[in-house]
Design a protein around this ligand. Structure first.
Ligand SMILES: [Zn+2]
Length: 135
């Protein structure tokens, strides 16, 4: 469990220690697409601007993968995450199965891996309630 999804360098923007996932934003309708495509699935426009994905979201749905691609360590969790900018992204969940719940707050983690490649996964995000004054 706790696997990260592998990416090549065309899907990220790396600056120093920070690595962000690279999305495309449709110039006509503003729809975010990750990974980038050559045609907008919402309006069929073909012009895009580069955008980085937000780091926070909530879990929309998930499944446990028991049979994965060659070399994958199974089982692992994968799911769709609603990010803060009206987009839903597929990714691996680096969360223990007993701790996962629909609607839970998640954080996107992107990091470099071996041989110039990158990987990403969503992890649980701690959300603390604001503390009252004078407590
Ligand atoms: Zn569009």
């Amino acid at each position: 469990m706790n696997g990260y999804r592998q990416l090549n360098s065309s899907c990220v923007i790396a600056a120093g220690d920070r690595v962000d996932l690279l999305a495309a934003r449709c110039a006509a309708c503003g729809y975010f697409i990750f990974p980038a495509l050559t045609c907008c699935p919402r309006c069929a426009h073909t012009h895009f601007t580069a955008a980085t994905l937000p780091r926070h979201g909530t879990l929309y749905s998930y499944t446990t993968v028991h049979i994965g691609p060659a070399g994958a360590k199974v089982p692992y969790l994968a799911g769709y995450v609603d990010l803060d900018s009206e987009m839903r992204v597929f990714g691996h969940l680096a969360i223990d199965e007993g701790d996962v719940a629909i609607g839970m707050p998640l954080e996107l983690n992107v990091r470099s891996s071996a041989a110039g490649r990158f990987e990403y996964a969503f992890t649980a995000r701690c959300v603390t309630a604001p503390q009252g004054e004078g407590a």
